[in-house]
Design a protein around this ligand. Sequence first.
Ligand code: AMP
Length: 325
Amino acid sequence: MRLILLGPPGAGKGTQAQRLVQRHGIVQLSTGDMLRAAVAAQTPTGLIAKDIMANGGLVPDEVVVNIIADRIEQDDAKNGFILDGFPRTVPQAEALDVLLKKKKLKLDAVVELRVNESALLARVEKRVAEMLERGESVRADDTPEVLSKRLANYREQTEPLVHHYSDKRKLITIDGMMPIEEVTAEIERVLAAVTKADETAQAAKRKVASKRAAKPARAARPAKAAKKAKAAKKAKSKASAKAKRTVKKAAKKTIRKAAKKVSRGAKKAPKASAKARQGTRKTGAKAARNRTGRAVKAAAGRGGKATKKVAKRPSKAAKRLTKRR
Ligand code: AMP
């Protein structure tokens, strides 16, 4: 599980982080603790951070981003972590988004502890008194003056992260004014719901993926075959349309030819009738009719019905011949 704890100083982030560590077996990564260790060890980072921290300011983004980038690489963070006090600015949150994406790590939730500002001062004063009682050294930035500066920083620089993470649907807001136990119980209740929702989503994803993995071989083939059959049908209908056009064209040509032939026959017919007038009238007319008939028959044989229609026309000429007789 990977979590961010968000909240102003004194909201109880440290206390709740400790409980989450115990319950979930994950590590707490507190940039404040790491920076304090660096200051104590007088490392180059510690030297940069020392005065800034003492004045309640924010250590430069690149410094804390580098610290976190190194820390989440370590073995104890492989199981998950709670970021406490990081990110504190939008650029830090964006850098973390990039970092997690690069490492293919998922952020489960951002838990915001919302508290009443005026109550925070009283809390910090109480904490300081308790530490002094135990003989512990008190943090340099745990004074009322520095605390009000840290609160102002939170409002200006850190609160915009509420929008950043609610846009990403990661934000869980919890009333940090409740007693510690109740806050813990509420965090656990919400995290359980997040985990369950996540598991359901993962199971649904796996189901879809396994269905897809099982289907493609069977599903792809029919789709391909259907495409092929469609293309073949299209090609066939195209070819038959072309064939029809060719036949029609040929028939028309034949008809035209036949019609010409017939009309030539009809023109010749008067000559034949003159011959008939000279000789045997009956024989001449008969010859003309026969010629016309033969032409018509020939044309009809080649051109079909249409030819027959056209062939009817010359028979009028034959009729005229008969009339004259
Ligand atoms: P904290 O213990 O989280 O209250 O942090 C103590 C101080 O460390 C802060 O007041 C800052 O000066 C510094 N610090 C801790 N975390 C960050 C951070 N993410 N960005 C900048 N400064 C930080």
